[in-house]
Design a protein around this ligand. Sequence first.
Ligand code: PMP
Length: 427
Amino acid sequence: PYTGPLADDVFTKRKKFLGPSLFHYYQKPLNIVEGKMQYLYDESGRRYLDAIAGVVTVSCGHCHPRVLDAIMEQSKLLQHATTIYLHHAIGDFAEALASKMPANLKVVYFVNSGSEANELAMLMARLYSGNLGMISLRNSYHGGSSGTLGLTALNTWKYPIPQGEIHHVVNPDPYRGIFGSDGARYAKDVQDHIDFGTSGRVAGFIAETIQGAGGAVELAPGYLKNVYFIVRKAGGVCIADEVQSGFGRTGSHYWGFETQGVIPDIVTMAKGIGNGLPIGAVVTTPEIASVLASKIQFNTFGGNPVCSAGGLAVLRVLDEEKRQAHCADVGTHLIGRLKDLQQRYDIIGDVRGRGLMVGIEFVSDRKEKTPAKAEAAVLLEKLRELGVLVGKGGLHANVFRVKPPMCFTKDDADFLVDALEYSLAKF
Ligand code: PMP
């Protein structure tokens, strides 16, 4: 049993020594002390079903034994020496990652987080195109570093600092967006933005292929195909942010961009690639990668032996345990059951997503789509009482995000939906 400090003391210390911008879920914050596959354990040994996976980061499962073995074996030999020296692990990991990418996306840069990955992608887009202006979607999240903060378009995260030349275009959100599911009309707005709001030339376009922090919003069908054409015509490069949607989580495809039938020029990733290890990566073509050759692009920890060995193990485990097919199977079951619940509870305005990347949007008025923020907060607490942890998202914090470790089973899905139904019935 756990014998460490308890929640009150941990929280007191956190408030005293850590920054005030940290936020927590639940009136009484949870002290999580252990994780095993799709379950988390608090200080009292109580088990919770984890349906948010450390913000969509734990892919194989908490403390997956094979990933742990790879990390420990490498840690005992060599933790760190930098890319100044040769080491096989970084190349092995890059090769495995490149084998997952289509077309000529074969050059990998390793970094330590999603923000760093997007920062680097934006740098490459600007250097390659010779332009500065970046286009991103409203309701997007691409990071909190000073450059990526500009790309992010959710005011919850927007500190008032200079953000560079960024254009936030209309979000192609099938549920709330002004053009419904008409991807081509949203794309036309991008063309308008370029025509009226820029010199006519742009550095690039970035989008999550399914928005994460924004509340599991799938882009309207056909959107990316149209936008990529428009952006390339204006000299820009197209970046897919796969930080949340990659590695088979959508079930139907390994990468989120494949659901839109496009091939990006740059792909950024993080979170699930490491199953909890701090890893980020940028994958691009040799031609675009070459723009960084005029100077040194150095990252002390990027691709270090431990993260590379662990990351390689993650890719192998996901393949060998057939997690993509599993996400499709369990996700279809979960979404089906949630849609059934939606028929019976008006407060569920929308159920959406793919595979194990699912959103449940709560509204107090279905016609007006009034965000049911307070109700969502109460339901979040109720689920926790029943032993289920989900994420919350969307600008109005009225969307539940269900994005568990990819080993989540149909029984787990049933437990989650039953707990939600029980909570709704009591409401
Ligand atoms: N892109 C997306 C889609 C994300 O969800 C996040 C993190 N929530 C980031 C980028 C930034 O990643 P990090 O927190 O690792 O910097």
